[in-house]
Design a protein around this ligand. Structure first.
Ligand SMILES: Nc1ncnc2c1ncn2[C@@H]1O[C@H](COP(=O)(O)OP(=O)(O)OP(=O)(O)O)[C@@H](O)[C@H]1O
Ligand SMILES: [Mg+2]
Length: 258
């Protein structure tokens, strides 16, 4: 279980201060898929970096499975916003996916198994010896997902992972994330600025205000677990939920403007 309580983060550089996160409190249960939506610049990446133990909060507390986060936690993997910068261009697909497994000090045969399984699961079997730059954007993002999955994390953090791919690829990758989540039983915190994507993917959607950021509202997505791009998005309940999320975000913007 992931617990974020009263989280604050203010960046300081010289005399300049930027209050990125004012007060965030929410939880993600073990095995749950929660989407977090918030406008551009509201501190989503900041929040994920704090959870991943890569950035020190200015206040509040984050705990993962009962342990307070004070640095990178072993059971956690992250898929970054920009796939282009998250893969090593001089390494083959296989080596990119295997790298964290070497750091985990797994034996060679186990590493090979995990790499093969993960690439198979994201539909990239056979691309092991290609280099990232030889692949399309969507395929590169699949490699990044495979790398996170191969690591066998208990918690997966995803930071707007599909913002830079085309709409069709994006739909495929959304379905891939849901399929992997259901198969692996991993806890997923998925960040996006896309309201439809949040409602389509999540079991729950947490809405953030614009900066200085607080949790504006949250809603349970009571759509059936079997989702598909055509039927789920045409479901009247889907429309109701996305309208609710949209209104909350608009309201957050208005109350901030006052
Ligand atoms: N290293 C830093 N130093 C100073 N200010 C920063 C730093 N990183 C981020 N910020 C500021 O903190 C705020 C939140 O940034 P962050 O990148 O977390 O937002 P975001 O919601 O991920 O944005 P986007 O939707 O564009 O990805 C912004 O105002 C940004 O300018
Ligand atoms: Mg960001």
């Amino acid at each position: 279980m992931l617990e974020v309580h009263g989280l604050r983060k203010t960046y300081k550089s010289g005399r300049r201060e930027v209050e990125a996160l004012r007060d965030l409190t929410f939880t993600v249960d073990t095995g749950e898929l929660v989407c977090l939506v918030g406008p551009s610049g509201c501190g989503k990446t900041t929040l994920l970096r704090c959870i991943a133990g890569l950035l020190e909060p200015s206040g509040g507390k984050i705990s993962l499975d009962g342990h307070e986060v004070s640095g990178p936690a072993p059971g956690l993997a992250m898929v970054f916003q920009e796939y282009g910068r998250s893969l090593f261009p001089w390494m083959s697909v296989r080596d990119n996916v295997e790298l964290p497994l070497k750091q985990k000090k797994l034996p060679r045969t186990r590493r090979a198994e995990l790499v093969e399984e993960a690439l198979g699961a994201v539909g990239l079997a056979g691309t092991e010896s290609a280099y990232p730059w030889q692949l399309s954007g969507g395929m590169q993002q699949r490699v990044a997902i495979a790398r996170a999955v191969a690591y066998e994390p208990s918690t997966l953090l995803m930071d707007e992972p599909f913002a830079a791919v085309d709409a069709q690829t994006r739909a495929d990758l959304e379905d891939l994330v849901r399929a992997l989540w259901r198969r692996l039983g991993v806890t997923v915190l998925f960040i996006t600025h896309d309201i439809d994507e949040a409602v389509y993917l999540g079991q729950r959607v947490v809405m953030l205000s614009s900066s200085p950021t607080v949790v504006q509202d949250e809603v349970t997505v009571d759509l059936p677990a079997d989702r598909d791009q055509l039927h789920t998005r045409a479901d009247p309940r889907f429309t109701e939920l996305r309208t609710h999320v949209y209104e909350q975000i608009q309201q957050a913007k208005l109350s901030q403007a006052l």
